[in-house]
Design a protein around this ligand. Structure first.
Ligand code: HEM
Length: 214
């Protein structure tokens, strides 16, 4: 049976997803070995990524096809600011810097918003839908192992999405019906793999910083 586009995307991301599941940083998070400050380092890097997404989103929203994939309910930037105040204090803006891999990822997101909105959607799908899905696992593990709830982990609260499964189904239906031809769908799929690869590179960089060398 032929795959729908959303199935093709998930299939193409399978290996990268397996790599993420085995990443040293996420392994430590899942096993309760990651300190709250170590988790804060992820929130910090994530801030720059979502800033790149949300500061360039107006360009993509203006695109009649790609714009339909951006949802205000998923916006994370303001919430991330609250989380960073928890980790770094009220002057958190003065205390944070992006890692080189984060800088590379941010540049790519901004470039895509300006030049190829469908490519931006590839990154948006990987990050926003990923955090909505698997991110819930991180939230429950940090609560269970480190008692982290509320401030510091608000990023994973999607207050405006009461039914996550229904939202994901709706998003998949949008992907399946998108007016991109086969070649464009192929390019978007490749870009989604790139987005995942950049995210996995961040986990590697964070493992070295937070957990030390292997
Ligand atoms: C320990 C690490 C991870 C776990 C346990 C995990 C878990 C999950 C789970 C349970 C799902 C839902 C599967 C389904 O119902 O079909 C999912 C989907 C997904 N995850 Fe992960 N995940 C992890 C890491 C990541 C990372 C790092 C990213 C982003 C780079 C990511 C991106 C995605 C995407 C894009 C989907 C599909 C969303 C959709 O189409 O609805 N995951 N993950």
């Amino acid at each position: 049976m032929r795959r729908t586009f959303s199935e093709t995307l998930r299939h193409a991301l399978y290996l990268a997803h397996r790599t993420a599941e085995r990443a040293r940083y996420l392994d430590a998070l899942m096993d309760g070995q990651l300190a709250v400050t170590g988790f804060g380092e992820l929130a910090t890097q994530r801030y720059f990524i979502f800033k790149a997404f949300e500061e360039s989103s107006a360009l993509v929203r203006a695109d009649p096809i790609s714009g339909r994939f951006l949802f205000r309910e998923l916006d994370r930037l303001a919430i991330l600011g609250d989380d960073l105040a928890f980790y770094h204090g009220q002057d958190w803006r003065a205390k944070i810097t992006p890692l080189p891999v984060t800088r590379t990822h941010c540049l790519r997101i901004t470039e895509l918003a300006q030049t190829w909105p469908a490519g931006y959607v590839a990154h948006y799908y990987v990050r926003y839908l990923g955090d909505l899905s698997g991110g819930q696992v991180f939230r429950s593990r940090m609560a269970r192992h480190r008692g982290l709830t509320g401030a510091g982990i608000r990023f994973y609260e999607f207050a405006d999405i009461p039914d996550v499964d229904a939202f994901r189904n709706r998003y998949h239906a949008l992907l399946d019906a998108v007016a991109w031809d086969a070649a464009e769908r192929g390019r978007v799929t490749q870009e989604a793999v790139q987005a995942f690869t950049l995210t996995n590179a961040l986990f590697e960089a964070l493992a070295d910083r937070v957990l030390g060398p292997v």
